[in-house]
Write a protein that binds this ligand. Sequence first.
Ligand SMILES: [Zn+2]
Length: 224
Amino acid sequence: MAGEDILVFQLVSRGDSKCDECGRELFKGNLLRKEGARGLCIDCADLGHLTYVPAGDACITRRASNYSPLRAIVLRFSRTRKRYERQGILVSEEALARAEEECLDDAEVRERRREADAERRAERDAEYVGKFADEIRKRYPSAPVDVPDGIAAHACQVHSKRIGRTASAKDFDPGAIDLAVQAHVRHRHTQYDALMAAGIDRLDARVQVREAIDVVLAKWREKA
Ligand SMILES: [Zn+2]
């Protein structure tokens, strides 16, 4: 936008303001344009054809500003903060309409992209869970039927929190599988959590439940 911004002021008090050109009375909320010492109503200031866009939607404000051949900034004096504050802008109706249309399109595009991302992520996750659970079943064929899926789902959650990291063969190697199964057994099939809750040192608690874990794992490893 060339030149200085055109400023108009929203009247804050119902004083005895009137337009210095047409004499129209101006009330609280009306807009006033200063021209030197004179105060003009919006029509006399040749801004009456513009439409008001309140601040708040950055997309619409930016685009409407760009498209409007003429733009004014609406300010209002804040008595509490003792300064003029920007309330919005005046732009042409065509500019506002175009901005609204484009910003809506953008929002739709973003929404579609989000949906596609979520779908892709869900597919990747399902693949991860399936593969992880299969590996558990191979190594622990006698584990209860729902256990591999539960452990795999948890592993997937942990995995997907590491942003940007794709699954690698390492995620499914025997060591990783064993660790995940061990952790599951420790929390679900031993006194570990109760010991932790009772304030037992974590490493002491691990030692105390070691045998119980091994008993469960040995049972789960048995060939069916
Ligand atoms: Zn006037």
